[in-house]
Design a protein around this ligand. Structure first.
Ligand code: WCC
Ligand code: FE2
Length: 627
């Protein structure tokens, strides 16, 4: 067993860029060169263009905008707008899933695959379940889910899942999220010209808007995806570009909404379609994925992961991609022109993400089956247009075991301890591993790639050091894919762990880095820490657990950071969220928040230092509770 190194991945990318040169393709590597150095005003958050008197930029000579707003107000307003963008995005994804649930029918294409979970949520939300047809229940719960977006009174239903202490903090600090859409609207209201310019108020709303994502929209996305497509269980798959198959029709799914990718997988597996692909000279059909839609189908079906965010152009550069099918979020507009350099069909499917140079096949829950069939057929028909001279698929892939939902983690860890812990179905065995010191703590590794950080390097190096120090890693989004590509989700990676974690991996038969899913699935991590807190009698902020997004880039990531911190978990970032232009805002985020929510951010661009700071924090937390 040997990890794939970042150097090896970079060499493969270089070769692909050579192919790109032959056909005149662009690439992010070149665009970064044209865009750097970045604008200092933007980078430090002190450019304001929320009204048309400006844009105003803060300098020592001009310390205030025309309206009189200072750097602190401008930075905090930008930060809140950034958060609201992320919160809106995750939450709208959740709304789409509620909508898909509403369209579920026994005759398909969308069915209720996890009725048990549906009943559990219905009971939690006070819905009568006795003697009710499961599809009637699905529709009723879907409508309630949709109502969470515009509920007239009260707070998000899912908040009740948090420990009492956490709920009290949210009440006390007035950050308990109300209707999901309201928090986004309220944020945009606050940042309008002539409303808030006080950093405390703006940052407080950033937390509330973040919480409406993590404990509202994202949680709905996760939970109802499980109801529709099944709650993930451990499953074997593979990761990195080598999962594409040069003899097959390659369909790559990219984006976030599993409603689309699930259907594509369904039809790509249809014997009729496979026969059709064979009639066109291919040996079969391979579906692989990029970003979170890939995580979704990997977690539930073992569909292989071709790569993460900054690898999306690479899949086209292989020359062997018949179709790259996207839904929403994290999709480079560059894919359109790039696909035109090859035979690749770039298929957009959502009115939310429409791009030039794409074929738009509007995907709808009612017509999902026809849409998916048409897309798979289009890819097959495109196979014969491939130019064999341009085909190069790097021979690079790793085995991975994925599918660690909270339910799966609890089940897998049952019986790891041989002591008196006999309560199965709880997180107590995991707590015992932590209190005994066999595992020192846990880190949630999440988020994107960003050209500001050597792609995947931070994710992989951090994880290697953490597991060597007996710290278990749970990962999601592109961070999880970085781990899988490197081989850290192969069970053999136990050999890179300290003795304690290695023993746990052996007993539970798990890899040391657990794939918990997509970015909306960070809500799973919130549930996991809540259960750990309840089962241990500690507050979430006392647990030796931290969050980390070393290479993050999107608005969604900031929304996530806000709800993770607001849930009581210290969060470590490798990229600054455009706040360095205000010492007041920076201080609030890295220190002041602790007085409100018992946790705060750490921003550290030096990766070595970042990991040491996390380990230090985990050890501090252990000492504080006397373990
Ligand atoms: Ni989530 Fe970041 Fe990937 Fe997109 S898919 S690139 S937000 S981590
Ligand atoms: Fe994502």
């Amino acid at each position: 067993f040997k990890l794939t190194t970042v150097e090896e991945m970079e060499a493969a990318t270089e070769k692909l860029l050579e192919t790109g040169k032959k056909v005149g393709a662009d690439g992010w590597q070149y665009r970064v060169k044209n865009q750097t150095p970045h604008c200092k005003f933007g980078e430090t958050g002190i450019c304001c263009k929320i009204c048309s008197m400006g844009p105003c930029r803060i300098t020592p000579k001009a310390p205030k905008g025309i309206c009189g707003c200072d750097a602190h107000g401008i930075v905090a307003r930008n930060y809140l707008k950034f958060t609201a963008g992320g919160s809106a995005t995750h939450s709208d994804h959740g709304r789409e899933i509620c909508n898909t649930l509403y369209h579920a029918k026994p005759e398909g294409p969308y069915k209720v695959k996890d009725p048990e979970k549906l009943i559990r949520i219905a009971k939690e939300w006070g819905v009568e379940t006795e003697g009710k047809d499961i599809y009637d229940l699905a529709h009723e719960v879907a409508i309630l889910g949709l109502s969470e977006y515009g509920k007239v009174f009260g707070h998000q239903n899912f908040l009740k899942r948090a420990p009492q202490h956490t709920q009290e903090i949210w009440e006390r600090e007035e950050i308990a999220p109300r209707a999901i859409d309201r928090e986004v609207s309220c944020s945009l209201h606050m940042t309008h010209m002539g409303c808030s310019s006080k950093p405390e108020a703006l940052i407080r709303q950033s937390l509330r808007s973040g919480l409406s994502d993590g404990w509202g929209g994202s949680m709905a996305g996760t939970e109802f995806s499980d109801v529709l497509f099944g709650t993930p269980k451990p499953v074997d798959t593979e990761a990195n570009l080598g999962v594409m198959n040069k003899d097959n029709v390659n369909i790559v799914v990219h984006g976030h909404d599993p409603s689309l990718s699930e259907m594509i997988c369904e039809y790509a597996d249809d014997p009729e379609m496979i026969a059709y692909a064979k009639s066109k000279g291919a040996k079969g059909i391979t579906v692989s994925g990029v970003c979170c839609t890939s995580n979704e189908v990997a977690m539930r079906r073992g569909i292989p992961m071709a790569g993460n965010f900054l690898q999306q152009e690479n899949v086209v550069l292989t020359g062997a991609c018949e179709a790259i099918v996207v839904d929403v979020q994290c999709i480079f507009p560059a894919l359109g022109p790039l696909s035109k350099c090859f035979h690749t069909k770039f298929v957009t499917t959502s009115p939310i993400a429409q791009m030039p140079d794409s074929e738009f096949i509007r995907f709808h829950a009612d017509t999902a089956a026809e849409n998916a069939k048409a897309i798979v057929k289009m890819a097959i028909d495109n196979f014969e247009n491939r130019n064999p001279d341009l085909v190069y698929i790097p021979d690079m892939k790793q085995k991975a075991t994925v599918g660690y939902s909270v339910e799966a983690i609890v089940k897998t860890l049952d019986g790891v301890t041989n002591s008196q812990v006999d309560e199965t179905g709880t997180t107590k065995p995991l707590i015992e591993c932590i209190t005994s010191g066999v595992i020192r703590g846990a880190v949630a590794m999440v988020g994107c790639n960003n050209p500001k950080i050597r792609p995947d390097y931070a994710h992989i190096e951090l994880m290697k050091k953490l597991i060597a120090n007996d710290i278990i890693v749970v990962a999601s989004g592109c961070s999880a894919q970085a781990a899988a590509k490197a081989g850290l989700m192969d069970k053999e990676a136990k050999n890179l762990c300290g003795a304690g974690l290695k023993r746990v991996c052996e007993l539970a038969d798990i890899p040391p880095v657990l794939h918990m899913g997509s970015c909306v699935d960070i809500s799973r991590m919130m549930i996991l820490v809540s259960e750990l807190a309840k089962d241990s009698g500690l507050n979430i902020s006392q647990l030796p657990v931290v969050g980390c997004a070393p290479e993050w880039m999107s608005e969604k990531a900031v929304s996530i950071g806000n709800y993770v911190v607001a849930t009581g978990i210290d969060t470590f970032l490798g990229v600054d969220p455009y706040v360095s232009g205000s010492d007041q805002v920076s201080k609030l985020l890295t220190e002041g928040l602790r007085d409100w929510v018992e946790a705060a951010y750490t921003v550290e661009k030096d990766i070595e230092k970042l990991v040491d700071l996390m380990i230090e924090r985990i050890e501090e937390k252990r000492t504080a509770i006397g373990i």
